[in-house]
Design a binder for this molecule. Structure first.
Ligand SMILES: [Fe+2]
Length: 190
């Protein structure tokens, strides 16, 4: 029955996000604020990931596409983080809400700096936050769009990401050189 409860909590989040996107069609700040509240409710109790995985339309083990909304384009992805897994520093080009379901994630954000001689991808690292279950973090382009995420634990961590769309491309940043590089997503996104 836990599986059915998980499916219904996911479905309730999907319905709330659909409503939010109707209510705030052009207000990204409002969308992210309300989707964050909805995502926090969704992960306020454990979800049966194996049940959701069985019903997911796309399953790449570590990235499970739980929902892609054909009408508005938003997507919900479960990310399974092996111990020590870390992403490159990257942007998204769309709003996003990251909700930690289990384990812990170390989230580091970066500020864009003015384009100068060093290149287009000059960024400044902010202090990281340790996100624990129930916590939510956001990305909002262009100024709050760059982050890296690491699983600092010696066990799997899981997060549920709600994005404004499926990203076909994103940029990866090299903080040492100030360069950025365009990449294509292999499956869904990072
Ligand atoms: Fe990301």
């Amino acid at each position: 029955m836990a599986g059915n409860k998980s499916a219904s909590r996911l479905q309730e989040h999907i319905e709330r996000v659909s409503t939010i996107l109707e209510e705030y069609p052009d207000d990204v700040i409002g969308i992210v604020r309300e989707v964050s509240r909805s995502a926090a409710v969704m992960v306020s109790e454990p979800l049966d990931l194996e049940q959701l995985r069985r019903e997911a339309p796309v399953d790449a083990y570590d990235r499970i596409l739980l929902h892609h909304d054909e009408k508005t384009g938003f997507a919900i992805i479960a990310m399974v983080w092996p111990p020590g897994e870390v992403t490159p520093i990257h942007d998204h080009g769309t709003w996003g809400v990251v909700a930690v379901l289990s384990g812990e994630l170390e989230v580091t954000k970066y500020d864009r700096l003015p384009v100068g001689q060093r290149g287009e991808g000059v960024i400044l690292q902010r202090p990281h936050i340790d996100a624990v279950p129930g916590m939510v973090d956001v990305v909002i382009p262009p100024d709050e769009d760059i982050h890296s995420i690491r699983n600092p634990l010696e066990k799997i961590s899981v997060s549920i990401h709600t994005y404004g769309g499926l990203m076909e491309t994103y940029n990866v940043y090299d903080i040492e050189t100030g360069q950025k590089q365009l990449r294509e997503t292999r499956s869904v996104l990072i």
